[in-house]
Design a protein around this ligand. Structure first.
Ligand code: SF4
Length: 491
């Protein structure tokens, strides 16, 4: 068998006899991926990824019986593991016509009536209690004032403390309360990172010389209130009519034509939306086509799936997970790298189910990295962020980035001043091995890309204005540009 470790790189892959000609897996060397343009053969790497062996299921250890903790919640008390851990039960219509992912406010209220006590604490413990009806009204107003539509997976609902939801770090990220919202900073922007200005074709954001963002879809399993891409992700809200980037063949082809035409592009992030909602055959097609492009050396699928519906990775017959693992293996065989980039913000999002799912990905050889967003009242203290970093490290998930929250609309209550991220970085560095220490970054408003928070050119703590430069970005209008981040007004 081939040994990449001893023989190294693509030359060794080419020499491997097991995958040449027609193989026992029944594929000819020259078979094309369905839908791939004929001229792509000219730019394909010499490794025939379609002739490689299918997904080898890893040996999964025998775990102890799972604690069905979700049964503590009345709506889930009769739901066993077979259902609760099933992607189909979580997302599709069940036999009795029920859909368990919550997308409609009426369904959320029905759920709330089953889980909330008659009175719950207000946000901030000094503010007393409010009735269940008052709390529901607060959510209804919050939904009307939000830029993101409602969608919450049952797994996420199972991780919230419903005796005190307003102060719960998971509730705070996904379900809006009008009473905690604050007026927007005058400098916030609908498209804070200027992605539309850096989009050469529909579906691509190209800002860095060697890397581009590929956005094939605009849906996610759970919508975050603080989404940077609120201009396009999710359904329209009362406040925002979204740019549409729905999954479409023409969008994919235009994006690939652009990626192929840029020889300096080596790295692609497939995001959206969330790659968890790519049909498995599209995920596999995108992966295989990227592997075949000579200019592309690495790519990542961005998905919050591991944080909001981890059990899907444990379903042996789930075709999406199988496709992801196959693409990861094929990329490695071609001397390239595929990674899964996920998005945990708080340790409470991690359960025994998550640990098993992460273990399966580890056993399957899939590289997983995490990108957190720093959020006020969620993870803006050393204890919480330190615990999150350590828990991720324990699951062999690389804590890659902690982002300063972007300057987008209707999330002023979730933003922190720059000083918070600077303090976190300085207090946490050294608490965990360096290779598990995330980069604490600001994604510069206006399209300057990610810069280390501590690399600011100036920071006036009185006015809350910090400035940065991004010398490596040389696009039109970027040379010598100074980018500005504004702390929230109240700080
Ligand atoms: S998962 Fe990502 S893309 Fe989707 S709503 Fe959350 S932040 Fe936005």
């Amino acid at each position: 068998m081939l040994s990449l470790a001893t023989r190294g790189g693509r030359a060794a892959v080419r020499a491997a006899p097991a995958y040449s000609n027609v193989t026992k897996y029944g594929h000819s060397r020259m078979r094309h991926i369905s839908g791939m343009p004929a001229n792509q053969a000219a730019v394909s790497a010499s490794v025939d990824v379609s002739a490689m062996p299918p997904y080898n299921k890893p040996e999964i250890p025998v775990y102890n019986e799972l604690n069905e903790y979700w049964r503590m919640l009345p709506p889930f008390k009769d739901v066993g593991s077979d259902d609760f851990l099933s992607w189909r039960w979580s997302t599709k219509l069940t036999g009795d016509g029920v859909q368990n992912v919550i997308e409609k406010k009426e369904k959320l209220y029905e759920f709330l009536r089953k889980v909330l006590p008659p009175e719950v604490p207000r946000r901030g413990y000094a503010n007393g209690m409010q009735s269940r009806e008052e709390f529901e009204g607060d959510i209804a107003s919050g939904i009307r004032a939000s830029t993101m539509s409602l969608r919450v997976m049952p797994y996420v609902l199972s991780r919230i403390n419903w005796n005190d939801p307003a102060n719960d770090p998971i509730f705070r990220q996904f379900i809006p309360l009008k009473s905690v919202m604050m007026p927007d900073h005058p400098m916030v922007n609908h498209d804070s990172l200027g992605e539309r200005a850096d989009s050469p074709v529909d579906g691509i954001v190209h800002r860095y010389p060697d890397k581009a963002l590929f956005l094939p879809l605009s849906v996610c399993p759970t919508y975050c209130s603080f989404c940077t891409r609120a201009y396009g992700v999710g359904a329209d809200t009362e406040l925002v009519t979204k740019d549409s980037f729905k999954l479409a063949r023409t969008r994919i082809e235009k994006s690939f034509a652009y990626i192929e035409s840029q020889p300096r592009l080596h790295d692609i992030v497939i995001s959206g939306g969330d790659a968890y909602y790519l049909p498995h055959h599209v995920l596999e097609e995108i992966g295989e086509r990227l592997i075949k492009l000579k200019n592309i050396k690495r790519f990542r699928f961005a998905s919050k799936g591991l944080a909001v519906s981890p059990s899907r990775f444990l379903e042996n017959e789930d075709p999406w997970t199988a496709a992801l693992i196959r693409v990861s293996n094929k990329a490695k065989m071609a001397g390239k790298q595929m990674a899964l980039h996920t998005h945990f913000n708080h340790p409470n999002e991690i359960s025994e189910v998550t640990e098993r799912a992460a273990h399966k990905l580890l056993l399957s050889g899939v590289t997983v990295r995490n990108q957190s967003v720093l959020l006020r009242g969620v993870n803006d203290n050393v204890g919480t962020m330190g615990t999150l970093i350590n828990k991720l490290a324990d699951m062999s998930i690389q804590p890659y980035y902690v982002y300063q929250c972007d300057m987008v609309e209707k999330i002023e209550h979730l933003r922190t001043p720059l000083q918070t991220i600077l303090d976190l970085e300085s207090q946490l560095r050294g608490s965990v091995a360096g290779f598990y220490m995330p980069n604490f970054v600001v994604d510069l408003p206006g399209g300057g890309g990610k810069r280390l928070a501590c690399s600011y050119e100036s920071y006036d703590r009185e006015s809350g204005v910090s400035t940065f430069t991004a010398p490596a970005l040389t696009g039109i209008g970027k040379k010598d540009r100074v980018y500005t981040y504004h702390d929230p007004v109240r700080s």
